[in-house]
Design a protein. Sequence first.
Length: 382
Amino acid sequence: MKVAVLGFGTVGVGVYGMLAEAAGLEPGPVLVRPGKENEPFKVSSIEAIVNDPAVGAVAEVIGGVEPAYTYACAALRAGKHFVTSNKALVAAKGVALNKLAREQGVAFLFSAACGGGVPFLHNLALARESDEILSLGGILNGTTNYMLDAMQRLGLDYADVLADAQRLGYAEADPTADVSGLDALRKIMLACAVAYDRLPVEGLLNEGIESITAADVAHFQSRGYTCRLVVSGGKNADGGVSAYVEPVLLRVGAPECSVLENYNMARYEGKCSGSIVLMGQGAGRWPTASAVLRDLSGILRGERYMFSEACAEGAADNSGSVHGYYVRLPAALAGEFEAESVETDGEIARLVTAPLSVQAMHETVKKLRAEGASVFFAAIRQ
Ligand code: HSE
């Protein structure tokens, strides 16, 4: 099967290189920006790809919702299988693309959009057919894991480790999506859609690592904690789903603490299987390209969809998830939370809250920040 590649950046170069070696697949035209067609296989018009009868599948690795969505629709309407690594696209338009692909009788697969090289969605889609998925979670952003690991283990500064993650090809073109938790949130949205037929597009909560300081790191490390950016999702008692992202303080020795550099650790809990954990590189050229190739090879074996026919957009409800938090904030605001312990150091207070809902925590901090306060918080897992 001849595969056209949309985009020739970090991942596109990897996909194109792997296609030349893959059994049953061959590299086709590559879509680049006008003026960048400096080699014969590069084209700058999507029409040249969708109108090419020799192209059987299109692999999109541009990122962002547009023009990727327009290109995806054009490829599917032309009867091409469509594979993407683009979480923003699938989180925003996945339900519509799933419907269109099914109408056209072609594949819509996106392993690489969640977990980089880790075959998380693929295994989740298999597991949900025979087991009930009770919960989902883990570490699904390589950039922030790389940054937190380097800050904590090597004592490096936030700005330096972010620059390193960008140089190594882990971060998004705009790394705000990584450090704000939005990239990880999009991934847990996709996992919920695969596991529960519900793509949550409202009621979502994401807290990233933008507020963490070297002093925060020193403080919780001295108390035996390591910080990771963790995604959580699951089925609520009423049949709804929860989906949120936040930094979590873990006791050294917790499994997530062994996730270093750009690695991801994806987890689901099946009613019968118990906890299943998958670990591997969550970002970077070759891990991500390997997931795109895995989908393309899967098409040759007859794989077609990750979302079921019933998959629809819905809302998340995080009001039932409750735990204690570590909070660093101006001392004058310490009374905003019911605290189990408070340490004050001049103008700064560091406290451990009584258990409260994820919803209440995120909303309270949003309000305090809107009033100008500098706040860092992380859930505490004992
Ligand atoms: N920026 C993403 C990450 C790339 O760091 O995980 C892989 O999805």
